[in-house]
Ligand binder design. Structure first.
Ligand SMILES: Cc1cc2nc3c(=O)[nH]c(=O)nc-3n(C[C@H](O)[C@H](O)[C@H](O)COP(=O)(O)OP(=O)(O)OC[C@H]3O[C@@H](n4cnc5c(N)ncnc54)[C@H](O)[C@@H]3O)c2cc1C
Length: 443
């Protein structure tokens, strides 16, 4: 490589992590190529159009004022959206609907818990924002629930709030510190549902990447990361499925741990293979329902207490989601780690809850889509790994595979779900550009 040759970073994966990495690497002054296996960008943040109904890949809510918001702000884009109205939110328990206790009024009036539990929960909610999650990082949510609540019903209520704010239904394994921090974020800052679905955010990021000079190639699957082709002068070679290869000075793998591991040294890299084998994925079954009109405008949200379910009218807060006058309900069952979901059972369970909230919905249903088993996040921060701090860093491969950086919702010490994808993407993009420059100087 001549010293005048432009440094080149390749980003593999065009989800949120890959798009963020590409933008920050390009802004750091290197040439960037982003390779995405399928024809569209966005990965799990895509939105599909079903007869004019905009279905996200399951219920998606963006945390306000969290790491994702900070990175979006740095990039200079602001996806439009609105916070869902949670006054009137319901709890589904023992086959019936109750008021969900979230604030003083709902706590007083709910039939979900008795007087003594109301006092206990009220006291916890009052001191909860100031509770330090750190000492709980290495302990499980089950331990936290046992030590905090004498009442089994209150343990169920708090576990449901954890599922709502983290998607995780694995109390024995999950780090309690991470669970507490997620519930604090949800109760404190809240979330927004994005207008037009999460695809709007993907589109804004794609535009920002192009503006930063990123060369985007979709429909291009990477097969392996290899040693450099002789004479290229670059330090890495990215082999594509059609057997051609691209020379690079740095590569960001913005993929899941299993996908990333398969690309490096035939799956034998010790760091990647360990994460691929040991990570506990967070999964959900999701049912999206499009209605031509809303039978019962007041019942828009219900959280399962003794069942791990969620029902929310996303089109109430998010604009541009339906053909005129229509409505979109997103329903989900948070899956336990070893759960094998059954299509019929899931549909019956979720539709029964919609029957209770929206009697007559079946007569106005125009679109329906079930995603039986989707991976919401690649790796739950467990108590065993000490919570978020136990995740691999963006430069975790520096010792075994110099020049490779990692990004995704299982990487880095910051945030959960898309918050982690954004934060690790930004850090990996900057690190890849910085390292490529260092190698050039050393050489
Ligand atoms: C049902 C569901 C609900 C969710 N709800 C929320 C929520 O409410 N709030 C929240 O913050 N987050 C939520 N998430 C999580 C959020 O969607 C993800 O954290 C985020 O989209 C992950 O982005 P990523 O870039 O890390 O990974 P991905 O989106 O998985 O992107 C990886 C990309 O890499 C591509 N790829 C794979 N292999 C190759 C290859 N060999 N060559 C080239 N490209 C390749 C894939 O096609 C994909 O586009 C939810 C996820 C799901 C599934």
């Amino acid at each position: 490589m001549t010293s005048s040759q432009q440094l080149h970073v390749v980003v593999v994966g065009g989800g949120i992590a890959g798009l963020s990495a590409a933008i920050f690497a390009a802004r750091a002054g290197v040439e960037v190529t982003l390779l995405e296996a399928v024809s569209e960008l966005g990965g799990r943040s895509r939105t599909r159009d079903e007869d004019g109904f905009r279905f996200n890949m399951g219920p998606h809510a963006l945390y306000r004022n969290g790491p994702a918001a900070a990175v979006l702000n740095e990039i200079g884009v602001k996806p439009a959206g609105t916070a869902p109205e949670l006054a009137g939110a319901l709890a589904w328990c023992e086959g019936g609907l109750h008021t969900l206790p979230g604030g003083p009024l709902s706590l007083m009036t709910t039939s979900l818990i008795g007087a003594r539990d109301k006092l206990t929960l009220g006291a916890l909610l009052a001191r909860f924002p100031k509770l330090d999650p750190t000492p709980w990082n290495g302990r499980s949510l089950t331990e936290f629930l046992k030590e905090t609540f004498a009442s089994a019903r209150l343990r169920d209520v708090f576990a449901a709030l954890v599922r709502l704010s983290s998607y995780a239904n694995a109390p024995d394994a999950m780090s309690a510190g991470m669970a507490i921090a997620q519930v604090q974020g949800a109760l404190g800052n809240g979330v927004i549902y994005l207008d037009g679905g999460w695809q709007s955010m993907v589109t804004l990021l794609g535009e920002a990447a192009e503006k930063a000079g990123v060369r985007i190639r979709s429909g291009v699957r990477v097969r392996a990361i290899e040693d450099p082709v002789s004479q290229s002068g670059r330090s890495l070679s990215v082999r594509l499925r059609d057997d051609t290869s691209i020379a690079a000075d740095g590569v960001v793998l913005a993929l899941g741990p299993g996908e990333a591991s398969a690309l490096v040294d035939g799956g034998t890299d010790p760091v990647l293979s360990q994460h691929a084998e040991r990570s506990l994925p967070v999964r959900a079954a999701c049912l999206d329902v499009g209605l031509s009109r809303l039978p019962s405008p007041k019942r828009t949200f219900a959280l399962g207490i003794d069942e791990s379910t969620y029902v929310s009218l996303h089109s109430r807060a998010a604009q541009g989601m339906t053909p005129g006058g229509g409505a979109i309900f997103q329903l989900a069952r948070y899956l336990a780690p070893d759960e094998k979901p059954d299509r019929t059972e899931i549909e019956v369970q979720l539709e029964r809850q919609l029957d209770a909230m929206q009697p007559g919905w079946r007569d106005v249903a125009c679109a329906k889509k079930l995603l039986l088993d989707v991976r919401v996040a690649h790796a739950l921060p467990t108590a065993e790994m000490g919570g978020l701090a136990g995740r691999p860093r963006v430069d975790a491969l520096e010792a075994t595979r110099p020049g490779l950086s990692l990004a995704g919702d299982w990487v880095g010490p910051t945030g959960w779900l898309v918050d982690a994808a954004f934060a690790s993407g930004r850090d990996a993009g900057r690190a890849a550009a910085h390292r490529a420059r260092q190698v050039r100087q050393d050489g």
